[in-house]
Design a protein around this ligand. Structure first.
Ligand code: NAD
Length: 477
């Protein structure tokens, strides 16, 4: 059955729930309807929160080992249904089935679930002597509201839901209106494993997310998305004092030192910047290159980018897909057009030519590399979130570090050098939550990940990420 015909339902209290209205989900590769998602209203949100509150009473008492086993079973469900997931994801998100696309995302979701299932939050004894015993306990918060973006819909839903349920919370998940179908299917499968009400999924427009942030029954919001929405969520959550994890936008800088071999680092730089067509929070979004290797790094990158096949994700030889939606396409194009008069276009930059190549359909944007830009140019200062890389020349390392830090965001960064010791010293001076050396954006489930400055607060992954779904209770005896 094609996705357009397949009925998708909300998942509330373990049941599939139909709604009176639905909304269209477009395939960004051809602008045709990929499927229809149910349009939830306030009543569905209330029902989902109610179900999650009821389920919390028992789920929190379930032994941790049983919750771990349930998460492992979810990982198996994802594995068994991986191909179906990959096709839904490619249809609604646009990313290719192959390369670092849908199959890779589903594999990552499974691996993340398995690893997270191995984590444990044990009680810590802070003191045990003649004056008394002090124990630190981690208690689940209650109902967690998960709000996700459209770039990695399945992986990010897993990043939110699995640690929440593992630590004894229950969840109301609300995916992006651009990519709701894969999350609806994911939560449907989770409900084959979990007791009713532990994970619920509602889909609708942005107002539904806003309603979650003021809902009395929700104790925490975990949000991945733009800085602007993160700020609204923070303001809206104040009234009910919700706990927050905010994973927001990034404008990651990479600094290339003069001792690199440009040919050797080109592939790492390329995929660091262009993974998921640049629609990745921790992608390389500004590249600072030392004068000594500037021209050869530019040449190698252009050469490599020219070999990449962009197209409809269902074609098995495609490695990069379109931009996910029209609004993002326009943001990317405005930034590129404004940069053309400031810098030197080395590759791409002309979306009309690309449109012609693609038969006039889909939000395809040419892989674009623009050199000789500077801080102060919009394409350098703002997050492009698309397949475009600005390159900036530098002469002194202090100048490069200062420019890399001169940005309100602080998600990730990278240093490229043969001298690891020197690279680590530079990493230490970068204002961001993660720094990679000779690679970029390689997040992993055993290392905490989060932003500093306006890229948000709180971390995901590892034990530190799990702790974010708990409140501390200290028991003195
Ligand atoms: P977005 O902020 O527009 O939307 C994200 C989600 O928030 C959607 O589900 C949307 O419906 C919901 N939403 C919108 N308004 C809301 C409101 N007022 N209250 C509550 N929820 C609301 O972001 P997007 O365009 O989907 O994603 C792109 C952005 O996400 C980029 O800036 C990117 O850097 C960032 N991002 C960050 C990370 C990270 O881990 N730091 C990961 C992926 C994406």
């Amino acid at each position: 059955m094609s996705l357009t015909m397949k009925p998708f339902h909300l998942v509330i209290n373990g049941k599939k729930v139909s709604t009176d209205h639905s909304f269209e989900v477009l395939n960004p590769a051809n602008e045709k309807v990929a499927g229809h998602a149910p349009l939830a209203g306030k009543i569905h949100l209330d029902d989902a929160v109610q179900a999650a509150m009821a389920a919390f009473k028992t789920w929190r008492e379930v032994p941790e080992s049983e919750r771990q086993a349930a998460c492992l079973e979810i990982a198996s469900k994802i594995e068994e249904n991986a191909e179906e997931f990959a096709h839904i994801l490619t249809a609604e998100q646009g990313k290719p089935l192959n390369g670092l696309g849908s199959r890779w995302e589903i594999g990552g979701a499974m691996a993340w679930t398995q690893y997270t299932a191995s984590l444990s939050l044990s009680m810590k004894v802070l003191q045990d002597n003649d004056e008394g015993r002090v124990e630190l306990h981690r208690k689940p918060i209650g109902v967690v509201g998960s709000i996700t973006p459209w770039n990695f819909p399945v992986m990010i839903a897993i990043w939110h839901i699995i640690p929440a349920v593992l630590s004894g919370n229950t969840v109301v998940s609300k995916p992006s209106p651009f990519t709701p179908l894969s999350t609806l299917r994911l939560v449907e499968l989770m409900n084959e494993v979990l007791p009713k009400g532990v994970v619920n999924c509602i889909t609708g427009k942005d107002e539904l997310g806003a309603a979650m942030t003021v809902h009395e029954g929700i104790g925490k919001i975990v949000f991945t998305g733009s800085c602007a929405t993160g700020q609204k969520i923070m303001a809206n959550s104040a009234e009910t004092m919700k706990r927050l994890t905010l994973e927001l936008g990034g404008n990651d800088a990479g600094i290339v030192l003069p001792d690199v071999d440009p040919k050797q680092i080109a592939e790492g730089l390329f995929w660091g910047a262009f993974i998921n067509s640049g629609q990745t929070c921790a992608a390389l979004k500004r590249l600072y290159v030392h004068d000594d290797v500037y021209d050869s790094v530019c040449d190698e990158l252009v050469d490599l980018a020219g070999q990449m096949k962009v197209g409809e994700g269902v074609n098995e030889d495609v490695v990069l897909g379109p931009i996910q939606n029209r609004k993002q396409y326009d943001i990317v194009d405005d930034l590129v057009q404004s940069a053309k008069s400031k810098g030197r276009v080395l590759l791409g930059g002309d979306p009309k030519e690309m449109q012609k190549e693609m038969g006039g359909k889909g939000y395809f944007y040419p892989l674009t590399i623009i050199a000789d830009l500077e801080n102060g140019d919009a394409l350098v200062d703002e997050e492009q979130f698309g397949p475009v890389l600005p390159i900036i020349r530098y002469h002194q390392i202090n100048e490069a570090i200062e420019k890399a830090n001169d940005n309100p965001n602080g998600l990730g960064g990278s240093v490229w050098s043969q001298n690891i010791g020197e690279a680590k010293k530079i990493a230490n001076r970068m204002e961001c939550g993660s720094v990679w050396i000779n690679k970029h954006g390689m997040i992993q489930p055993n290392a905490p990940f989060g932003g500093v400055k306006r890229s948000g607060f709180g971390v995901e992954f590892a034990e530190e990420g799990l702790e974010e779904y708990t409140d501390i209770q200290v028991v003195f005896s």
